[in-house]
Design a protein around this ligand. Structure first.
Ligand code: HEC
Ligand code: HEC
Ligand code: HEC
Ligand code: HEC
Ligand code: HEC
Length: 212
């Protein structure tokens, strides 16, 4: 005697498909809502001062290291202190309304509350100096900052993105003297040379390389 009709044999399978679909849906929702904005392409927060990289790094031609002075020595690039701005703005545009928050920070000794643009979660380790030493330029990860009025995230900062380059860094390697040069492009001679340089690089692909 059959207690359950035969069709019910398919019930577990049907349930599994529905649950699978739901699971994926829930997963995508979580992924979209909980990927922090600082890892998403296009995130461009409004800063407390209308500071322009296009003007300072582009038109005025200031080197990135003039302000991000620790980037070659430290794991962090660091945003410059108000003192760096006042080196010029104590004499340039001293009446400018746009610079009022900078002068106020200088007078009160309270740092400007710059909003962090890129930020990895604590469980992921990143080191600027190691990348620059290997000849990876700012532009490979931050894009043409010299053309940006306001800096935003231009690359999808995710594990997959890190790993893609770690598996094949060669196209991103440039002479160390050009790491901050936004306009630099590889010529034929360099394409040959960089293959040999990339050969001896060994970016980590094992978990503990980036999760320490
Ligand atoms: C005159 C000083 C100055 C120079 C020169 C400069 N920067 Fe900046 N940079 C800043 C300040 C101030 C901030 C913080 C405000 C902002 O995000 O715009 C910043 C922020 C950034 C950020 C975003 C940091 C974050 O929070 O994630 C990146 C990336 C960056 N700079 C890259 C560069 C690159 C690349 C160059 C060279 C082409 C450069 N900067 C030159 C002052 C400077
Ligand atoms: C090497 C000199 C130099 C440094 C360092 C410098 N600036 Fe400037 N800044 C200038 C010059 C030059 C101008 C353009 C003035 C003009 O248009 O006549 C300018 C313009 C500005 C303006 C626009 C002012 C206006 O009224 O339009 C802002 C805002 C500004 N800078 C912010 C900053 C901040 C914030 C820093 C520090 C992170 C900084 N600057 C560092 C030279 C500098
Ligand atoms: C290999 C990719 C890569 C390169 C090359 C790179 N950056 Fe970054 N940058 C990042 C990542 C990832 C973060 C976020 C780091 C974090 O949250 O710990 C970041 C953060 C920053 C910040 C925010 C403050 C900080 O130190 O975390 C600044 C400023 C910055 N970068 C400037 C630069 C400059 C200037 C250069 C070139 C001299 C450069 N970066 C080269 C990937 C890169
Ligand atoms: C555009 C290429 C590129 C990207 C993107 C990139 N890396 Fe790297 N990474 C390298 C190269 C090249 C090295 C240097 C390898 C060497 O010196 O042998 C390196 C080295 C490292 C190291 C070892 C340095 C040390 O101090 O031990 C860590 C950790 C690392 N990367 C983490 C990351 C993380 C995390 C990201 C993503 C947020 C990332 N990298 C994105 C190219 C890249
Ligand atoms: C080249 C650097 C790098 C390596 C190697 C790496 N990770 Fe990650 N991982 C990251 C970064 C950066 C993030 C944070 C980015 C994000 O949240 O999307 C991350 C995030 C994660 C997360 C959080 C979930 C997520 O996707 O955000 C897990 C879990 C993880 N990694 C596991 C691993 C395991 C397991 C390995 C070894 C098989 C590994 N990682 C190797 C850089 C790396």
């Amino acid at each position: 005697m059959q207690i359950f009709p035969r069709e019910l044999n398919y019930l577990p399978l049907a349930l599994a498909i529905v649950a699978g679909g739901l699971g994926a849906g829930v997963f995508i929702l979580f992924w979209v809502y909980f990927t922090p904005p600082n890892l998403q392409v296009g995130y461009t927060p409004k800063q407390p001062v209308e500071y322009s990289h296009r003007l300072h790094a582009g038109e005025l031609g200031l080197d990135c290291r003039y302000c991000h002075s620790q980037v070659e020595r430290s794991h962090e690039a660091m945003v410059p202190p108000t003192q760096t701005c006042m080196g010029c703005h104590a004499v340039v545009r001293t009446e400018s309304e746009k610079l009022a928050p900078v002068r106020e920070s200088w007078e009160t000794d309270e740092s400007i509350a710059w909003i962090r643009v890129h930020q990895l979660p604590d469980h992921a380790f990143f080191n600027h100096s190691a990348h620059l030493r290997a000849g990876v330029g700012c532009a490979s990860c931050h894009g043409r900052v010299d053309q940006m009025e306001v800096v935003g995230v231009v690359e999808p900062i995710a594990m997959q993105w890190c790993l893609e380059c770690h598996r094949n860094p060669e196209p991103h390697i440039r002479p160390k003297s050009e790491v901050t040069n936004m306009k630099w492009e590889a010529d034929e001679a360099w394409v040959e040379q960089r293959a040999m340089i990339a050969d001896v690089l060994n970016p980590p692909e094992h978990c503990s390389g980036c999760h320490r």
